[in-house]
Design a protein around this ligand. Structure first.
Ligand SMILES: NC(=O)c1ccc[n+]([C@@H]2O[C@H](COP(=O)([O-])OP(=O)(O)OC[C@H]3O[C@@H](n4cnc5c(N)ncnc54)[C@H](OP(=O)(O)O)[C@@H]3O)[C@@H](O)[C@H]2O)c1
Length: 323
């Protein structure tokens, strides 16, 4: 089968299609034939060598998120059956024709959710869920601010805030002002055309900085209320004079469970439409993947998703009817 990755860091031209054996599921794992997988900013940063520049000794296989169909069961799997459509989260190698995934990181595809959209959910959905419920302490009914509110993580956080009853100050580029439809948005602050009034400053008990690469446009410190929290998704430096403000990085914690976060979003989908934007669906070819990487590294709105040939043209709302 094909698995996409790279053997040296660089621009999208370093991406390669490798021929590798189809992985076989072990205990508590399922094998999934992948239909859709997205490109996340993390994949682009990894390929570009932003995390490490040490020479690679073997190919690095890309991808964390996917939707597909269960094709084999490991020992002691009772949660899924062959033929189930599922969403899964993986540490790597989601950009493949087949993957294996642990049952604790896999959920059934909610029947109301378009599978291409669902493929974009794991990484931003898990990050948004964990940030709100485990890293931040959001006082009831207080205002929060979301930098990058039109992005995947930011948009999902806005949905959580709305349901929790916390008004949201959303920060994004001014060009989104007319089209902005994020749920729960009480105020929009364009970072490149700041309002003349300062009624948005120091109002947010918690500021979520979901800006690409940790870019906050110098606004996190201006948005946060005295002794509030700034929740960072990239660990980029943040200049804050108020020593009482807490800087908190969303990262790994042992007690966090992907399955719990995915189940949360699955339940949400049963109740209301999920707000998660697709930019484009491209064929899962080397050319398609290189284009998706290139476009994700340029200013964009929504996720680029790759579809394998076998899944092209499947009815997105009725995947369970297909063999
Ligand atoms: N710590 C974690 O666990 C975790 C998990 C998921 C994501 N993240 C990080 O969180 C950030 C947001 O992720 P996401 O998936 O929400 O991203 P996204 O949806 O792809 O983009 C978020 C926003 O970034 C701006 N943007 C788009 N392209 C850009 C570019 N080339 N340069 C600068 N800004 C650009 C856009 O807003 P405007 O048009 O308004 O500028 C866009 O809405 C990323 O840096 C990602 O690495 C961290």
């Amino acid at each position: 089968m094909i698995s996409f990755g790279f053997s040296r860091y660089g621009d999208p031209s370093v991406l390669q299609a490798y021929q590798v054996p189809i992985p076989q599921p072990k205990k508590h794992q399922v094998q999934i034939r992948v239909a859709y997988f997205p490109v996340n900013p993390y994949d682009v940063a990894l390929r570009a060598g932003q995390f490490a520049q040490v020479p690679l000794e073997k190919p690095q296989y890309l991808g964390s998120d996917l939707v597909g169909k269960v094709t084999a069961l490991g020992a002691e799997v009772t949660e899924f059956a062959i033929g189930d459509w599922v969403i899964a989260h993986r540490p790597h190698s989601a950009d493949s024709e087949f993957v294996i995934a642990g049952v604790s990181k896999t959920i059934r595809l909610p029947h109301l959710l378009d599978p291409a959209v669902a493929a974009c959910l794991p990484t931003p959905g898990i990050a948004a869920y964990n940030a709100w419920f485990h890293f931040a302490q959001v006082p009831a009914h207080t205002t929060v601010a979301i930098i990058g509110v039109t992005g995947a993580v930011g948009g999902l956080l806005a949905q959580i805030a709305q349901q929790a009853g916390n008004p949201v100050i959303g920060v994004a580029n001014h060009r989104h002002q007319s089209e902005i439809t994020q749920p729960g948005l009480s105020k929009f602050v364009p970072y490149d055309q700041l309002p003349a009034t300062n009624d948005w400053e120091h109002q947010a008990t918690v500021v979520f900085n979901t800006g690409m690469g940790g870019q906050d446009h110098g606004l996190a410190a201006r948005l946060v209320a005295p002794a509030g929290q700034i929740i960072r998704f990239n660990g980029a430096p943040t200049q804050v004079d108020d020593e009482q403000v807490q800087l908190i990085d969303v990262g790994y914690r042992r007690e966090l469970a992907d399955g719990v976060a995915l189940k949360f979003w699955s339940d949400q989908c049963q109740q209301r439409p999920l707000f998660l934007r697709l930019a484009e669906i491209l064929p899962a070819t080397l050319t398609g993947l290189r284009q998706a990487h290139q476009r994700t590294s340029e200013p964009h709105q929504g996720k680029y998703v790759l579809v394998w040939d076998w899944a092209q043209g499947l009815s997105p709302t009725k995947p369970k009817k297909v063999d």
